[in-house]
Design a binder for this molecule. Structure first.
Ligand code: UDP
Length: 398
């Protein structure tokens, strides 16, 4: 990844009064996008990279990929990009590890500097992260068309920062790419006009289809971890579960006990955030009997999902992936912005003593019943449709 030389000074630069603006701080607006400019694809976390990969591959040399640095771990990122095959080296802004507000401000300023130099013709963001909001704000401030991939998701849970980010990005975006009819309805209910909404499906479908390893490759990978199919796969990293030691203790105890009662081993790819909390809170003994592995590259993680008897997770993306892989998931969260999978592929339960019971219920169901169900997230054509519309938008501005 290339470190943007002009972004770091931009982070430290004081605000420049209008009359003293230089080429590095031109006023927004009149100059507008460069004719022939590339499409800036702004991301800051692993799930954004996974879900934007096919769009980036399709844009090819038209894509200017910018990583804000929101969640940046060199080893994890190297694994992710190697498998995703972006075909282009992202610009790295190195904005991370600070408070949400500081990160947002710094990322907007750094992106503004990038947009000044590269003069993209449009900005694409995905999902609900601080990086995505920064991309939408920076694009809007430069009068660039902003495209929001995975628009219209709502948990209606104002305790989640992501909920605020989603709403703000959707209202800033010139094109909201909504994955399902439910997300279209949310956007319409908030007064977003129909001509700014496109029903596309979710790009996660093509990501899974592209990354999913062959059965032989998956078996080989599992054998390398000393695993065979038929285990409980656990991921837990959201603040509501990881940040309160009592809650994290409950989640791990409930999962451990329910899995032990069913005779299932637990495989736990531990997010750096959760590992940190386990160490800090002295909860290490709770995972002593689990197979704890580092965060896995995307294809390897899909192999784990596919081989699992049951998945227990608080992840957003995993809720969608199980519908493509036809697996059963227990979502450990207070709320979800992905209701489309509830009652079929997934059930929702908050961290607490109901979790073990929910795991028992899910394990009692017939896993084969899921194989005939379609994913509510579409047929894998979302990225193609989105890239076509992005090119139309850019063309219309020239
Ligand atoms: N994932 C991965 N390796 C792991 C755990 C998850 O590649 O060890 C992938 C997973 O397949 C999904 C995405 O990361 O595509 C979900 O990311 P995460 O749970 O961090 O974020 P969320 O989706 O909740 O925003």
């Amino acid at each position: 990844m290339t470190l943007v030389p002009d972004a770091a000074p931009a982070l430290r630069a004081p605000l420049v009064p209008a009359q003293q603006r230089t080429a590095a701080h031109p006023p927004a607006g009149p100059a507008g996008p460069a004719a022939g400019g590339r499409v800036a694809v702004v991301l800051g976390t692993r799930p954004e990279a996974i879900k934007l990969a096919e769009i980036i591959r399709r844009l090819g040399s038209e894509a200017l990929v910018v990583h804000t640095g929101q969640h940046y771990d060199a080893a994890m990122w190297a694994d992710v990009t190697a498998e995703l095959g972006f075909g282009t080296e992202p610009l790295a802004l190195g904005v991370g590890g600070t408070s949400r507000g500081a990160q947002l401000g710094a990322a907007v300023e750094a992106l503004d500097a990038v947009f000044t130099v590269h003069r993209p013709a449009a900005v694409v963001v995905q999902g609900d992260t601080t990086a995505a909001l920064a991309g939408a704000l920076a694009g809007n401030a430069r009068d660039l068309p902003v495209v929001h991939v995975e628009a219209g998701l709502r948990s209606f849970d104002r305790r989640m920062p992501e909920e605020h980010n989603r709403v703000l990005i959707d209202h800033l975006a010139d094109l909201c790419c909504a994955p399902t009819a439910t997300s279209v309805a949310h956007l319409r209910d908030e007064g977003i006009p129909a001509d700014r909404i496109l029903l596309t499906g979710n790009t996660v479908v093509e990501s899974v289809l592209h990354l999913r390893p062959t059965p032989d490759r998956a078996r080989e990978f599992l054998a390398g971890l000393g695993l065979t199919a038929g285990f409980l796969l656990l991921t837990v990293h959201r603040p509501e579960n990881a940040d309160d030691p009592a809650v994290l203790r409950t989640v791990l105890t409930e999962v451990r006990d329910a899995a032990a009662a069913a005779g299932l081993p637990v495989v736990f790819p531990a997010h750096p955030r959760t590992l940190h909390r386990l160490r800090e809170d002295g909860l290490g003994e709770l995972v002593a009997g689990l197979t704890v592995v580092p965060p896995q590259p995307p294809a390897e993680f899909l192999a784990l999902e596919e081989a699992a008897r049951l998945v227990v997770s608080d992840s957003g993306g995993v809720q969608e992936e199980v519908s493509v892989l036809k697996k059963r998931l227990v979502v450990v969260r207070r709320s979800t912005e992905r209701p489309e999978v509830l009652g079929t592929f997934a059930s929702l339960v908050p961290a607490g003593i109901g979790l073990a019971e929910e795991i028992r219920t899910a394990l009692a169901e017939d896993p084969a019943a899921l194989t005939a169900l379609d994913s509510p997230y579409g047929d894998g054509s979302a990225s193609r449709v989105i890239v076509e519309r992005v090119r139309d938008l850019v063309g219309a501005r020239r």
